[in-house]
Design a protein. Structure first.
Lengths: 425, 266
């Protein structure tokens, strides 16, 4: 049985501008469902979204900012109504969208807990029964009788979270709220979610923390510009999403790349300690395109740690060259050079480069830990003067099942003497 | 709409707690605290008494002693304060509570309703002062008249609730209404027979004044509380009750109609 069923839901908002939202008082009263809205003054936040969430499932919604995630959540919570389409939710819903919304700063935490709980649909008696639990969960025993205006923002959020989660809903909607507390609080929130799942409750999670989605969710939905891009196994959906994000980054970077003035950059010798992105060179030879390929030849921006990666460069010499070097560099997200090499360092002697060609740099095993990496590719003279230097213009993402730390992962294995018994490696 | 009304009934306890919170929060941090509920009408009354007995003695009704005139005005000022402050607060209620409406599944009408009930509590706190004045001035009170007081209060409650619902939901769309309302209420104060008896108004103006429903409310208060002798104005009250209940339903209808837009605009 499905707890949440969403069928072809659309949500259209009016754009705010100088235009009044209602032209006249008359139209204000006549407004309602089915009114005709002009497309030029509307914004479609959701363009026909359908999905189902089974009872007891933890469901993640991911997507970029403005993709419609929060709108979807509001529709499910019943705060807003879909413009068209049908939506049904079984059971009591509690939405962790705005924590502590409706707290009054002047009155005590105790009174606010009661009022907030009642706003979320509990009776006074139910709140009284759960009061100690709510306060203990928020760790505010000492401060509960102080006015809420004296609370730190963390205390405020914790109390809001604690009230909302103790409503004990059948469906819990969570919108990016786990960032409110310290590590300890976050862990207890996650424990609470786990507890929810054990008791067969449904959790809907909207977050940018993909890690959380892959850890907690049974199912993931990727929304993109108000449409469903992908739906299914969280790891697969997240991988597809990350590839798309990287591709979008590349597109954005390639636009930036084209705007770099070649003349101004020509004489700047690339400096390895300078981590700025950019493109330099005389362009006597050019790198036209760069792609990253798996072992089977498919291109990607997301690789598993230890995987085979081929960096394929399409190159062109505008005149025959005798002095040329191809180079590649791999940088971590914070700009640390993990590895760099070129044909000259490795002792190759250039002979002739003319016309179009392809250079492929094959990494048999990408031995780095999980993270985002930037790639440099270059063709330059042996004295370092660049023909075409692409500084950190390409991004790949490396995933890993193991959360090891550092930069590189040397190929390794463990052995243990007979006195030590250990499993799982 | 009936469904919404039933929902609202389920939120009685919430309204109650919010009213209590409103009163608690209002006086938190002030020296006199809840005493302000008493001091406010007292100060207002002293000002009017001073103006009409000392500054412009001629403006006062010829038939009334200065002390009696204060009492007369008090009977009108008290309900008017409830009426006007409730509407002004209701106009702001949804915008101030925008976060709630946009982010929490919450019956938005609770907010303007709370404004009106908070006003009712202040009104009730003013009644003992009024009683004290009656006792102090040894003014005659007809105890049998007082049984009509709850009906007058009920009429005003319904009328104010209806108007508060309209004003609050429309203000979300037309923010100018807040400023307009303040001026309308100032005008309303003078076209309601509060600081003058209705009978003293020029004959041509009386039909116009009678179009104002608050006139009937205030006159009823004056007849029940102030005018000696048995109260005979109850037909007016019954008609007013019908009108007030109608206003309430119209207000609720308007609010319900605009409900879906509130979460987007508030």
């Amino acid at each position: 049985m499905n707890t949440i069923e969403v069928h072809d839901v659309r949500k259209t908002y009016r754009r705010h501008g100088r235009r009044r939202s209602f032209g006249t008082l008359k139209s204000a009263f006549l407004s309602g469902r089915g009114r005709v809205v002009q497309p030029d003054v509307t914004f479609e936040a959701l363009k026909g979204v359908s999905f189902e969430v089974g009872a007891g499932k933890t469901f993640g919604i991911i997507g970029r900012n403005g993709s419609g995630k929060s709108t979807m959540l509001k529709l499910i919570a019943g705060i807003a109504k879909p413009t068209s389409g049908s939506l049904s939710v079984r059971g009591r819903v509690s939405a962790l969208i705005e924590l502590g919304a409706g707290f009054h700063p002047e009155i005590s935490g105790r009174d606010n807990v009661f009022i907030n709980g009642m706003m979320l649909g509990l009776s006074k008696r139910q709140i009284a029964d759960r009061f100690d639990e709510i306060v203990a969960f928020a760790e505010l025993q000492e401060f509960i009788d102080e006015p809420v205006k004296t609370y730190s923002s963390g205390m405020y959020m914790r109390l809001g979270f604690s009230v909302a989660i103790n409503v004990d809903p059948d469906v819990l909607l969570v919108d990016e709220v786990l960032a409110v507390g310290d590590e300890g609080f976050t862990h207890r929130c996650l424990d609470k979610f786990a507890d929810f799942r054990r008791r067969g409750r449904t959790v809907l999670l909207v977050t940018h923390s993909l890690d959380l989605v892959s850890r907690l969710c049974d199912d993931a939905l990727w929304l993109d510009h108000g449409r469903v891009r992908d739906h299914g196994d969280p790891r697969r959906v997240i991988d597809a999403y990350l590839m798309d994000v990287a591709a979008a980054e590349n597109r954005a970077l390639s636009v930036a790349r084209d705007s770099v003035s070649v003349e101004a950059m020509t004489l700047d010798a690339p400096d390895m300690s300078n981590a700025a992105e950019g493109r330099w060179g005389s362009r006597e030879a050019e790198i036209l395109a760069v792609e990253f390929a798996r072992n089977d030849g498919t291109t990607s921006h997301v690789f598993e740690s230890g995987e085979h990666v081929a960096i394929q460069m399409r190159v062109r010499a505008h005149r025959p060259l005798q002095d040329f070097v191809f180079g590649v560099g791999l940088f971590s997200a914070d700009g640390v050079c993990c590895y760099g090499t070129n044909t000259d360092i490795e002792g190759a002697q250039p002979a002739e480069f003319s016309g179009d060609g392809q250079v492929t740099f094959i990494i048999e095993s990408l031995c780095v830990v999980a993270g985002t990496y930037k790639i440099d590719v270059a063709v330059h003279r042996r004295n370092g003067v660049p023909y075409d230097y692409h500084r950190q213009l390409y991004t790949i993402r490396v995933t890993s099942k193991v959360n090891d730390i550092g930069l590189v992962r040397p190929p390794h294995r463990w052995t243990f003497s007979s006195g030590i018994r250990i499993s799982g490696l | 709409m009936l469904h919404s009304l039933r929902q609202l009934l389920r939120h009685r306890a919430l309204v109650q707690s919010l009213v209590a919170r409103e009163l608690k929060a209002r006086y938190r941090g002030s020296v006199l605290g809840v005493m302000w509920s008493f001091v406010n009408p007292l100060l207002l009354l002293s000002i009017y008494t001073f103006v009409f007995t000392k500054v412009m003695p001629g403006a006062r009704s010829a038939g009334l002693e200065p002390s009696q005139f204060s009492l007369f005005m008090f009977c009108g000022i008290l309900p008017w304060t409830w009426f006007s402050s409730s509407l002004l607060e209701a106009a702001n209620a949804l915008i101030a509570g925008g976060n709630l409406i946009r982010k929490v599944l919450f019956p938005a009408e609770v907010l303007p309703i709370v404004s009106v009930f908070a006003g009712l509590v202040h009104f009730c706190l003013g009644l003992p002062i009024l009683a004290a004045f009656f006792l102090y001035l040894r003014a005659p009170v007809t105890p049998s008249d007082l049984v009509w007081l709850p009906l007058v209060v009920f009429d005003q409650l319904m009328l104010t609730l209806g108007l508060a619902l309209i004003v609050s939901s429309l203000t979300v769309h037309f923010r100018d209404l807040r400023d307009l309302l303040a001026n309308l209420l100032t005008l309303g104060f003078f076209i309601t027979p509060i600081i003058y008896p209705l009978a003293q108004a020029p004959a041509w103006a009386q039909p116009l004044l009678n179009l104002n429903p608050v006139t009937h409310l205030v006159v009823s208060y004056q007849e029940v509380l102030f005018v000696p002798g048995p109260y005979a104005g109850w037909p007016r009250l019954v008609v007013l009750a019908a009108v007030s209940v109608l206003v309430f339903f119209v207000g609720y209808f308007v609010f319900d109609r605009l409900r879906e837009t509130l979460a987007e605009e508030a």
